[in-house]
Design a protein around this ligand. Structure first.
Ligand SMILES: Nc1ncnc2c1ncn2[C@@H]1O[C@H](COP(=O)(O)OP(=O)(O)OP(=O)(O)O)[C@@H](O)[C@H]1O
Length: 247
């Protein structure tokens, strides 16, 4: 994986849409013709598999063959080898080992990009990811609320403390388009992510609107970049792809 560019998708807070961003970024990069791997490192709440509707093929010997979405995207999530609904009750050292194993024993092949979906916060998985995978860059996902901002600050400081590179911020659920009048409604407020970007001197790469269809599509394993073509969502993901390609 020496030539593979590794991107970690992080957030300070849970439920902000980190997995949605990781999944759609991976699909969009693969659609550009790159060989992409998507590794779900949210060991306690792995959702990548559901959002793409994929499952594992039979394993080959010691190696784990990842699931495929289309021709150029390989996907692995712990959910694929756990019994449905089974909780992961692991302490830090076990998680560290699991991340080492997922990087080593999954048959990733030659990848241009590996997208790692981290759990929320700055816990064991994030630390182990920095030690083992050593991401080339991090995308931090936030939502416009002040409480999300507080947690994102912690995530950014964590990455900086580990000398990681932050590619930029993605603001998810930025606004809702009113279905009646077409006006933007800033459900969670406005301006917090810009403030963070300015405070830390990092770019605000994209603003993804809140769209109820994203929820149902995700639940059905249909990524928005494929099923909502020609919308602002696709445009905003193009901006994230461009930023990643500039690495
Ligand atoms: N732009 C959006 N518009 C509407 N719903 C969204 C949007 N982005 C994400 N969601 C929905 O919000 C929920 C949480 O998203 P997601 O799982 O991507 O967040 P997360 O930050 O990875 O969560 P976790 O903290 O559990 O890892 C999902 O139901 C998802 O479909």
């Amino acid at each position: 994986m020496e030539k593979t560019k590794k991107i970690a998708v992080m957030s300070g807070k849970g439920g902000v849409g980190k997995t949605t961003v990781a999944v759609n970024l991976a699909v969009a990069l693969a659609a550009e013709g790159y060989q992409v791997g998507l590794l779900d490192l949210d060991l306690h709440g792995p959702n990548v598999q559901r959002m793409l509707g994929v499952s594992l093929p039979p394993s080959e010997g010691e190696k784990i063959v990842p699931a495929k979405y289309g021709d150029s995207l390989k996907v692995f999530s712990l959910a694929m080898i756990l019994q449905e609904g089974a909780p992961v009750i692991w302490r830090g050292p076990l998680k560290h080992k699991a991340i080492e194993q997922l990087t080593r024993d999954v048959e990733w092949g030659d990848l241009d990009y590996l997208i790692c979906d981290l759990p929320p916060g700055t816990g064991d998985e994030a630390l182990s990811t920095f030690q083992i995978i050593k991401p080339d860059a991090v995308i931090v996902v936030s939502t416009p609320q002040k409480v999300a901002g507080d947690d994102v600050r912690r995530a950014i400081n964590f990455v900086r403390r580990l000398n990681g590179k932050i590619l930029g911020l993605v603001e998810n659920m930025s606004y809702l388009i009113c279905p009646n009048c077409g006006e933007k409604v800033y459900v969670f407020g406005k301006g917090e992510t810009e403030k963070l970007a300015e405070e830390f001197g990092i770019p605000l790469i994209a603003r993804i609107p809140m769209d109820p269809e994203v929820v149902s599509l995700s639940d059905e394993g249909k990524p928005a970049v494929v099923y909502k073509r020609g919308t602002v969502i696709e445009e905003e993901f193009k901006k994230i792809v461009e930023k990643v390609l500039s690495l």
